[in-house]
Design a protein around this ligand. Structure first.
Ligand code: PLP
Length: 371
């Protein structure tokens, strides 16, 4: 039994003095937002870290995704192929753009969209594919691009989980037309709230700028209809500070994931997602898959850990397609694998600063449960 509650993650924060020192200049400039100095600086630093040619910072990951879809200018009511095994934001971003989500099943091996099932879902109304690098597991980007090229579709990746992941030596944000990252407090890299769109066509920079800043281009000039999705300077500075510790944080996460892996490998009721040898990992999450059994299963394990003050998460259950707001509203597709994963998956706590002792205790509870 843990004395203090253990949650699935804990937000990374730089040393207090360092952040306080870093925000001091704001009391001189009084420039708190509107694409200030730190906004620009973070944009440059992230382009470098993520190894992408173009990037636009946003107020959060969801708005980044909404605007990345909006900037493509799809006709209202068009179809977008996506997956339901994700955070609700992915589906909301499509629907709020007045587009129709067409859910595609995922692969049991890593939870990403099953590329072999995409072509069957394409109709004359299909305009885009919005796949998700779920848990940082990289989609089959080559095959998805081949299909997109064949049918003239855009590809917008929800890369909210894949910050810093490299695939075949390149930043994962180089694939597709755009990739969206989230810097929410719970993500591996955070700016408190924040996000970004990385994209291939440099012309999109100006158009995303208009979408995130009311289309304002001069004191008396508004050129297009836009929202407000700017990142403020306090958040940008938080990002600049956190970025310095990110490689350390990822290493610390990695060693903790290693303990789970080693301890839980021997439990035959538990499986793991398959690693991609061409991709690096950011260790943002440690998902396990628990056998479905009436007597012992994911939900009972979740409850047991909770009784021990360990708060794991059923990411992602239910599927977004099964949520009250979307259920039975869209094209019926066989989602057997997505449903299977959503009933088996449990995300265990991992973050820098989580004591190794706590992880070992958790593993003992889990192993005892299955004995
Ligand atoms: C976190 C997340 C988002 C949304 O990002 P916010 O920064 O929280 O708005 C979108 N998609 C996925 C898969 C996420 O995990």
């Amino acid at each position: 039994m843990e004395k203090e509650n253990i949650y699935v993650t804990r937000s990374s924060m730089p040393p207090y003095e360092e952040y306080i020192e870093a925000i001091k200049p704001l009391w001189e400039s009084h420039w708190l937002t509107n694409m200030g100095k730190y906004h620009q600086e973070l944009e440059e630093k992230l382009k470098e870290y993520l190894d992408v040619p173009n990037l636009s910072l946003m107020v959060n990951g969801h708005m980044a995704l909404e605007l990345a879809i909006q900037v493509m200018d799809f006709p209202e009511g068009s179809e977008v192929i996506t997956t339901p095994f994700t955070f609700i934001s992915t589906t909301h971003a499509i629907v709020r753009n007045r587009l129709k989500p067409v859910f595609c099943d995922v692969k049991l091996s890593n939870g990403t969209i099953d590329e072999t099932k995409i072509e069957d879902l394409i109709t004359e109304n299909t305009v885009a594919i919005v796949p998700v690098h779920v848990y940082g597991n990289v989609c089959n980007v080559e095959e998805i691009q081949r299909i997109a090229d064949k049918y003239n579709l855009k590809v917008i990746y929800d890369a909210a989980h894949a910050f810093g992941v490299k695939y075949k030596g390149r930043g994962v944000g180089n694939y597709g037309d755009a990739s969206v990252f989230s810097f929410h407090a719970t993500k591996v890299f955070n700016t408190i709230e924040g996000g970004a769109v990385a994209f291939s066509d440099s012309n999109l920079y100006g158009r995303l700028y208009n979408l995130k800043n009311f289309g304002i281009r001069g004191e008396e000039l508004v050129v297009s209809v836009g929202a407000n999705a700017k990142m403020n300077e306090f958040c940008a500075i938080m990002g600049l500070c956190n970025l310095k510790y990110l490689n350390y944080a990822i290493q610390e996460r990695k060693s903790r994931c290693g303990i789970y892996q080693k301890e839980l490998e021997e439990v035959k009721e538990i499986q793991f997602f398959k690693d991609n040898t061409n991709a690096t990992k950011n260790h943002a999450y440690f998902p396990i898959l628990v056998d479905r059994d009436v007597r012992k299963n994911r939900d009972k394990l979740y409850d047991l850990l909770k009784e021990n003050n360990i708060f794991t998460r059923k990411y992602f259950y239910p599927l977004t397609s099964d949520q009250a707001c979307f259920k039975n509203k869209y094209k019926r597709v066989d989602l057997t694998n997505a449903r299977t994963l959503s009933e088996k998956v449990l995300v265990l706590p991992v973050y820098e600063g989580l004591s190794r002792n706590t992880i070992e205790n958790m593993c003992v509870i889990i192993k005892n449960y299955f004995e």
